[in-house]
Design a protein around this ligand. Structure first.
Ligand code: ATP
Length: 296
């Protein structure tokens, strides 16, 4: 990718004052559309998102967005940025409409007609037109998330950063939220951070996996799954039997525990071919990263 197209991150490092190294040389290339950032708890996703959103400064490395040097000119990015943090405030006693209006003012929308037109368009886009006169504090988790998107989209950002958006949402709200994001991604670069693999698999054309402050894999879901094709096997262990722990992935199933292993042949009695999914590739990449760390 050229520096003038999308988000380009090189060698990004951040160590907190307590000595914790949260970013350890992050390399990332994010083009137009929806890009996923996946990683276990503590991998550094939020630190990376806050740094990209210019809310904290890195110790080293570079960030460019559409040719702009973000570290040298954070205000230049802020004008083009929408950021949806993990939590948005509840603002007791304030309706969604009036809160949106206040934020629109802050974004420089001083012309009343323009402001009203943009607000109406955004409320419609996130499906909250009918609920715009309700207090934000009375919104459900899903409505709050969608309202957060409307706030983040004020000023038509070219880059939208979304941190852990669907935790705690019911499936219908989650789908609705995904549709809004996919819609936005038709016109902007959208970076979505989560530890929910299914969200990325169903939404993102490309993704990176972050582990201990480093990007350990990047590609399309199909590219990340490909090395496992024809090499994964599964077996359900009934509750009376102990499932092995040193496998690629273990999960609960109604009949017991499902164990998934990698190998060129079935590892033993009762194993059947398993069609690998992004979840398996994710565990494989993390296990490889752990082995590489131990060998170093
Ligand atoms: N302000 C801070 N001071 C010290 N350590 C911090 C600070 N913020 C985060 N950390 C630590 O940095 C590491 C990365 O945290 P971060 O929140 O970026 O990870 P994450 O991938 O977003 O995790 P999660 O999915 O749990 O939100 C963690 O070990 C965390 O405890």
């Amino acid at each position: 990718m050229s520096q003038s197209n999308g988000l380009l991150v090189r060698g990004l490092k951040k160590t907190y004052t307590n000595g914790l190294r949260a970013l350890d040389g992050v390399e990332l290339e994010v083009g137009p559309g929806l890009y996923g950032l996946l990683g276990p708890n503590g991998a550094g996703k939020s630190t990376l998102m806050r740094t990209l959103a210019t809310l904290q400064t890195p110790d080293a490395g570079t960030i460019h967005f559409n040719g702009l040097d973000v570290i040298a000119s954070p205000d230049g990015l802020r004008r083009r940025l929408g950021y949806l943090p993990q939590q948005i405030g509840a603002y007791p006693g304030v309706t969604a409409r009036s809160l949106l209006e206040r934020f629109a003012w802050l974004k420089g929308r001083t012309d009343r007609r323009e402001r009203e037109a943009e607000m109406a368009m955004l409320l419609e886009r996130v499906n909250l037109t009918d609920a715009a006169h309700r207090e934000v504090a009375t919104y459900s988790g899903g409505m709050l998330r969608r309202f957060g998107i409307a706030l983040a989209l004020l000023g038509s950002p070219e880059l939208l950063i979304v941190d852990e958006p669907t935790a705690g949402l019911d499936p219908a709200e989650r789908n609705r939220f995904h549709r809004v994001l996919a819609d936005v991604a038709a016109e902007a670069v959208v970076l979505l951070s989560t530890h929910i693999v299914d969200d990325i698999e169903s939404l993102c054309g490309r993704l990176s996996i972050l582990d201990r402050g480093r990007v350990v894999a990047s590609g399309t879901p199909a590219e990340l799954i490909r090395p496992l094709e024809g090499r994964t096997w599964s077996r359900i262990y009934p509750r009376t039997e102990r499932a092995p722990e040193d496998v690629l992935n273990v999960s609960a199933s109604p009949e017991g525990t499902r164990a998934i292993v990698i190998g060129d042949a079935p590892p033993g009695e009762g194993y059947v071919p398993h069609a690998p999914r992004l979840d398996d590739a994710y565990h494989h990449v993390l296990a490889q990263a752990q082995l590489a760390k131990e060998a170093a």
